[in-house]
Design a protein around this ligand. Sequence first.
Ligand SMILES: [Mg+2]
Length: 383
Amino acid sequence: MKIQSYELYEVAIPTRRRHVWATSTVDVGSGYLLIKLISDDGTEGWGECTAMAEWGGDFGVYYGETRKTCRIIFEEFLFPAIEGCDPFEIAVIHDKMDKAVRGYPYAKTGVDMAVYDMLGKALDKPVCKLLGGQYRDRIELGHSLGINLSIEEAVEEAVMVQQTGFHMVKIKGGWDPARDLELLRRVRKEVGPEMHIIVDANQAYRSAKEAIQWGQRMDEYNLFFMEQPVEGLEQMAQVTDMLRVPVCADESCWTPTDALNLLKYKGADFFSIYVAKPGGLYKGRVIASIAEAAICCNVNGSGEFGIGNAACMHLAASSKCINLPCMIPVTHVDGHPGQPPVYSFIDDIITKPFEYEDGCLLLPEGPGLGVEIDMDKIRKYSI
Ligand SMILES: [Mg+2]
C-alpha cells in the first residue's frame, strides 16, 4: 500500500457565536484546510488542519499557521516527502515530514490524521486501536466560557451546561484577575460544590506572583485547577510550586520535548494534550506516554470540525492518562436531540453527529476515525 494522491479543500462553517480567549485575535473556524489522501489501492483517509494564526507556544515559538500556509507547506514540502510511502510506516512518515520542513504542526497534523484514518479503514479497525487500544468508550466533556461573555452571561451559561450533564466548566480569563475571581465566586455560588471549575488565563497574568496571589484567593472557591496562568517554563514552575491549586500546562506543552522539560522542572501538575500542537496523533500519543508517569491530563481541541473532533476522541480513548474532562468543542447540529451546548459551529462536514450522553461524547464506531464525510457540506461551505 502506498500513498498516491491527494485532494485539498478549504472550508469555513459559521459558528454559533464568537468564542474569545485572552490571546485570541482571529475568529475560530474562519477557515481550515481539509486533506484527503488516497492510496494506490483506492483507500481514502481524511485529515484536518485547524490552523490558528495567533495560537502558539511560549515566547513566540511554534508560529501560527493559516489554511493558506498549510496548503503551501503541504503541496511544496509534505506531500513530495511522503508520496509513495507505506501508510503503515507512520514514524517514518513523520521523520520525512520533519526533515522536509521544520515546524508547521497544523499542516503535519492534517497528514497524520489522514494517514491514521486510511490505516484504520485498510485494517477495518478504529484509530484508537492503532494508538495502543481503547481504554474508554466515552469522553467526558468540559465547557468553556469565553472571555467575551459578561459575568451574567457566563453564570447563566454555566448553570445551563450543568443542567445538561456537564461536570466541568472553564472560565477563560487572564485580562483581569479580579474579574476572574468574581466570576469564579458567582459561578460557584450558582452551581454548588460538586461542579469542577477551572480558570484558563492563556498565559495572560502579568507575573508568577500575580498568578500566585490571585490563585490563592481562587482556592477559597474550590478552583479545580488553573490553566496556563503565565508564559514560560520558569514562571509556570514558580506558580506550580507556590499554589495548592493544581496548575495545567497548555501553551507550555506543545511537543514531547516540552512535556519532558515540564516534568524535569516541575512546570505543571497537569498537561493539556492536543492532537494538533505536537503535529498529530502519533506525537500526541508520545506526550500521553510521557505523562502517564506522573501527570493528569485532558485532551483539548481548538475549534475542530468533525474529522478533528473524532481524532481528539481517539487520542483520549487510547490514552490511559486522560482522566480530566476534555474540552472538545463538538459541532452543534440543529434539531439533533442531546447535543451538548458547547460553543462551536452550526453545522459539520460529517454525515452523522456525534452521540452525547450524560456529559460525555461517545467514541464513534467504525473503521479509521469513524466519521463519514459529507461532500455536499464540503461544497456548501467551501471558500
Ligand atoms: Mg488552554
